[in-house]
Design a binder for this molecule. Structure first.
Ligand code: UD1
Length: 421
């Protein structure tokens, strides 16, 4: 497996183009299953998770044509009749479970392996299952697969989630577009990726209202048609690169960046003493003189502080002035980066879902290991601030979510290179 070598201490200067959102694309691509006509997605990021979803959709009979190296994809489910999502593909990525709702809606049956993904907690599927059952499906777990059937098709229903789950909201929304009658999702997730999916489904002919609020209403239609949709900016890639000059010093403009995608995160950056300014093309970030200030962070559903930026923020707070407390409220096992940061000289105590970070003057380069997607990139960022050389081993997870990280950071002056295995 490749590793990434970072030499710290060089200030950054320049622009970084932020890609389309992985998490939006992973929900938009399965939406193609809902229609006999093609769905074209532009601004699709070039990532291994996207290739995994492509492989999964192809195994279901979807024809996928890619242009511009995968940046534009046309997905046609005209002849897609297969309804089994196989374990060998699904185990690679949890978002594979997003084919369940569309398959059930269009074919009235689906057999989907229980997923894998990052090792950041239990991540069950009970909310997805309960919602689809309320819509008339019968679902059984057999041999590691969910066997779902909706004889005569799905029916609209009122669904209230006890956790505002992103994936369950997406699966239910997609399933409801072709159900008979009206579906109301209460305590729906409000993330920008949900809004993006609703906009795409609407372009395909779906009747949806309320996305971006906690109640989404979907009136089922008989069929969906063709559409072209641009994938929203990746707010997690954006937040990650916004942090880069805070670690390394200097100033970086993130092209395509928008404050409304990351309100709570930007507030914390201001409190930490980081300047964020809007420009005509995105957001410019620079660290004010000296060390950042300690800040307390609690991860929450949108519009709160995103769990997917918690590892990167923790890495930043390792060298802040003072003590910061980070509370992880979304996933129970998401501090695997902490012991790796400690190997680089950080002072962190973890107790359950709370991490206390006592800021130190400097981090020191070390060989470290990436254990999940966001943990991997937090170690690269830490390497930008550290004295000497940091070798981030096992970057398999990084390539799932970050397009050419070494090229993007290298272009703004970071000393970073990929060493093939
Ligand atoms: C999505 C994102 C992921 C992000 C997460 C939270 C994608 C592809 N991935 O994941 O990057 O970290 O949102 O913002 O979009 N839960 C249940 N039962 C369920 C479903 C979820 O208990 O049926 C729990 C999970 O264990 C977790 C919480 O709900 O504790 C939130 O999970 P959810 O919002 O569903 O995350 P994902 O959609 O998997």
């Amino acid at each position: 497996m490749d590793s990434i070598v970072v030499k710290g201490g060089t200030p950054l200067k320049g622009q970084i183009q932020i890609a389309g959102a992985k998490n939006a694309a992973l929900a938009l691509m399965p939406a193609a299953l809902l229609s006999e006509e093609p769905l074209t997605l532009t601004n699709t990021p070039r990532l291994s998770d996207i290739r995994t979803m492509t492989e999964l959709l192809q195994s279901l009979g979807v024809e996928v044509t890619a242009l511009k190296g995968g940046n534009v994809q046309t997905l046609s489910a005209h002849d897609a009749t297969e309804t089994t999502a196989d374990y060998d593909i699904v185990r690679k990525m949890r978002a594979s479970n997003l084919v369940l709702g569309p398959l059930l809606a269009r074919h009235h049956k689906a057999v989907v392996s229980l997923p894998g993904g990052c090792a950041i907690g239990a991540r069950p599927m009970d909310l997805h299952v309960t919602a689809l059952e309320a819509m008339g499906a019968t679902i059984e777990l057999k041999d590691g697969y969910l066997h779902a059937e909706a004889k005569g098709g799905l029916k609209g229903a009122e669904v209230e989630f006890w956790i505002a789950s992103v994936g369950a909201t997406e699966n239910t929304m997609m399933a409801a577009t072709l159900a008979k009658g009206t579906t109301v999702i209460k305590n729906a997730a409000r993330e920008p990726e949900i809004v993006d999916l609703a906009q795409c489904l609407r372009s395909m002919g779906a009747q949806i209202d309320g996305e971006g609020t906690s109640t989404i209403t979907i009136d089922g239609v008989d069929r969906l048609g063709a559409a072209t949709h641009r994938v929203v900016t990746d707010r997690i890639e954006l937040g990650t690169y916004m942090l880069a000059p805070v670690f390394a010093g200097g100033e970086v403009e993130c092209l395509g960046g928008r404050i409304d995608l990351l309100g709570a995160f930007v507030e914390k950056l201001h409190a930490a003493g980081v300047d964020v300014t809007e420009t005509p093309n995105g957001l410019k970030v620079a660290r004010r003189n000296g060390r950042a200030n300690a800040v307390d962070v609690t991860t929450e559903v949108f519009p709160g502080f995103p769990t997917d930026l918690q590892a990167q923020m923790m890495a930043m707070l390792c060298t802040a002035e003072g003590t910061s407390v980070l509370e992880e409220k979304i996933f129970e096992n998401r501090f695997m980066h902490a012991p790796e940061l400690v190997r680089m000289g950080a002072d962190i105590e973890v107790h359950g879902g709370t991490a206390t970070v006592h800021g130190v003057d400097r981090l020191k380069g070390a060989p470290v290991m990436a254990t999940d997607l966001r943990a991997s990139v937090s170690l690269i960022l830490a390497g930008l601030a550290a004295e000497g050389e940091t070798v981030v081993n096992r970057v398999y997870h990084l390539d799932r979510g970050y397009e050419h990280v070494e090229e993007k950071l290298g272009a703004v002056g970071a000393q970073i290179e990929r060493v093939p295995a």
